[in-house]
Write a protein of this length. Structure first.
Length: 85
């Protein structure tokens, strides 16, 4: 006997209770391709910066002191996800 899963379609619900569906559509953000590219470039820069910082902290911990950061600050920065400043 095969197990099957049936998904039923539910009626459309507004994005937030008590909010009309038309308003939810208006509130969606629309980005240009240039803006999206800029976001991706920024994320890539953050990834590279945090990777470089982690390598410096591991290979030359005295350099971290030279730039005025503590080990805890470096660990906190490296632990951030790429989309956070």
């Amino acid at each position: 006997m095969k197990d099957t899963l049936t998904l039923a379609s539910a009626p459309h619900q507004p994005a937030r209770p008590g909010r009309p569906a038309e308003l939810a559509d208006v509130c969606r953000r629309h980005y240009s391709l240039a803006t999206l590219r800029s976001i991706l470039v920024t994320w890539d820069e953050r990834i590279r910066f945090r990777w470089d910082l982690a390598q410096k902290a591991k290979d030359n911990p005295h350099l971290i002191d030279d730039i005025g950061l503590t080990r805890h600050e470096v660990e906190a920065e490296v632990a951030k996800p790429f989309w956070r400043r």
